[in-house]
Write a protein that binds this ligand. Structure first.
Ligand SMILES: [Zn+2]
Length: 137
């Protein structure tokens, strides 16, 4: 009898907010669509990876977040133009932009950190030994 392990894919783990090193522990204390969704663990509950690897590390996530919001604002304003054909009122575009920015703020906050940790921090690569390690033992 052999034991089989299914290691979750990188993209799937990122979408689910799992630790980039072990892909098992959660990075955030609560799901995305909850009022406590901003609370983050200091260390991975499974492999003890320290998420904020140095002071100010998460400031870098602001640049990722900036890229997200620019893409979202351009997309939402183009969509507004395509749907309404309005070229007269700046208020329509302004209210759409503000609404989109507020609605997507929790998403941007979470996924800017996830993108930073998964794809912009080489030290946080997946390591199979941490995936196989069992915390319960
Ligand atoms: Zn971990």
């Amino acid at each position: 009898m052999s034991t089989e392990y299914t290691i979750p894919g990188e993209f799937k783990s990122a979408v689910e907010g799992k630790c980039p090193r072990c892909r098992k522990g959660n990075m955030f204390r609560a799901p995305l669509l909850s009022f406590k969704s901003k609370k983050m663990y200091e260390q991975c509950p499974h492999c003890d990876l320290k998420f904020e690897k140095e002071p100010g590390y998460f400031y870098v996530a602001m640049y990722v977040s900036y890229a997200f919001i620019v893409a979202q604002l351009v997309a939402s304003c183009v969509a507004t133009y395509v749907l309404t054909g309005n070229l007269e009122s700046p208020w329509l575009y302004l209210s759409v932009a503000v609404g989109v920015a507020i609605l997507l703020a929790p998403f941007n906050y979470r996924y800017s950190r996830i993108v930073l940790m998964y794809w912009l921090t080489p030290q946080f690569k997946f390591q199979g030994k941490h995936f196989l390690k069992s915390k319960e033992l």
